[in-house]
Design a protein around this ligand. Sequence first.
Ligand SMILES: [Zn+2]
Ligand SMILES: [Zn+2]
Length: 104
Amino acid sequence: MTLKTGGCLCGAIRYEIDAEFMGVAVCHCRDCQYASGGGPNFIAMAPRDSVRFVEGEPKRYDRPGGSGATVGRVFCPDCGTPLLSDIGAPFLAVKLAAWTTRPT
Ligand SMILES: [Zn+2]
Ligand SMILES: [Zn+2]
């Protein structure tokens, strides 16, 4: 088991993920292109309960996705780094760029 830690570009937001990822995925939808800045959105699926914010208070923007279900996009209010998406599933879609792994 490894504890994964991550956060935003400016360092205001830090989080920990205390579980193995359930998988990785790539989303090419139009909304994700906004979040990624142009390319597809690379995400890792982390069990919902395993993600906790340990520093800072992220902001969340909710909008219906392609399926009609609400997609919550969580980001740093200071530097704008996209951190994760919440599609109401048992997992949270964590942006691959924002986390690192260290042994525990
Ligand atoms: Zn930030
Ligand atoms: Zn998408």
